[in-house]
Design a protein around this ligand. Structure first.
Ligand SMILES: [Ca+2]
Ligand SMILES: [Ca+2]
Length: 211
C-alpha cells in the first residue's frame, strides 16, 4: 500500500456538459495485470452520448489505483490490480450507489455482452458483474459496483457502443446513480464518461470505432 498522500485523483468534466464529478473510489484487492500486445487502433475519438459528460482524469504517477473505472496512476490501464482483466479493448463501469446497474457492450456485429451473456464470438468476455446491494454474497466487496468487459483477442473493426441499464435499487433508496464508463484500447485509456441514471433507465453512454 502506498502512502495516502500519493493517492491523488481529481476528475473534471470537459465536454458534453459542465458539471464537475468526483471520482468513485473503492480499494483494489490484487495487483499486476498485463495488456496483451495486439495491434488494435481507435478511429478518431469516442463519441459521448447525449446526457453523458466527459471526465478528464487528472491522474498522478505513482498514485494508488482505485477500483473506480478510472486510470488513477496515469499508466493508461483502468483499475489494474482490482481482480478483473484487460486486453486489446477494455470497458469498465463503476457507480456510486448500492443500486444494481448493468453494462451492455455491443460489438460491430450487434452482438451484446452483459451479465446475461458473458462471452461473445468476437472474443469479448464480462469477467466482473457487480450487483450493488442485490447480491452481496456473490459479488460483494470492492468490485460490487463495477462491471468489466474485455477482449482476449483482437476485436473486429467497426463501431462499438456501451449502454447502461439501471435494473434495481436493491431494496435501498439509491435513487439517481452516477456511473463512470472508461474505455481502453491497446492498454491506453481513450476516454472516461459519466452518466446519471434513474431507476429503470437504459441509455447509451459512449460509442467508439476500431480499425
Ligand atoms: Ca492505471
Ligand atoms: Ca482506477
Amino acid at each position: 500500500m502506498r502512502a495516502p498522500a500519493l493517492s491523488f485523483v481529481l476528475a473534471l468534466v470537459a465536454a458534453c456538459g459542465g458539471r464537475q464529478d468526483d471520482a468513485l473510489t473503492t480499494t483494489p484487492e490484487q495487483t499486476d495485470q498485463e495488456v496483451e500486445e495486439v495491434p488494435v487502433e481507435l478511429v478518431g475519438e469516442p463519441t459521448c452520448a447525449e446526457g453523458a459528460t466527459v471526465v478528464q482524469v487528472q491522474c498522478e504517477d505513482g498514485a494508488a489505483e482505485q477500483c473506480n473505472a478510472l486510470d488513477d496512476d496515469c499508466d493508461g490501464a483502468i483499475d489494474e490490480g482490482c481482480g478483473y482483466e484487460t486486453g486489446p479493448v477494455q470497458v469498465t463501469v463503476a457507480w456510486n450507489s448500492d443500486a444494481d446497474l448493468d453494462a451492455y457492450v455491443v460489438d460491430p456485429g450487434e452482438e451484446t455482452v452483459s451479465f446475461q451473456r458473458r462471452e461473445g464470438a468476437s472474443g469479448a468476455r464480462m469477467d466482473q458483474a457487480g450487483r450493488g446491494a442485490c447480491a452481496e454474497d456473490e459479488d460483494g466487496g470492492p468490485a460490487s459496483r463495477v462491471e468489466n468487459v474485455f477482449w482476449s483477442q483482437r476485436p473486429p473493426a467497426g463501431e462499438y457502443r456501451v449502454e447502461l441499464h439501471y435494473l434495481f435499487e436493491c431494496d435501498t433508496e439509491a435513487g439517481p446513480t452516477t456511473a463512470t464508463v472508461s474505455v481502453a484500447v491497446g492498454g491506453r485509456t481513450v476516454g472516461s464518461y459519466n452518466l446519471t441514471l434513474t431507476p429503470t433507465n437504459r441509455e447509451t453512454v459512449v460509442r467508439f470505432e476500431l480499425r
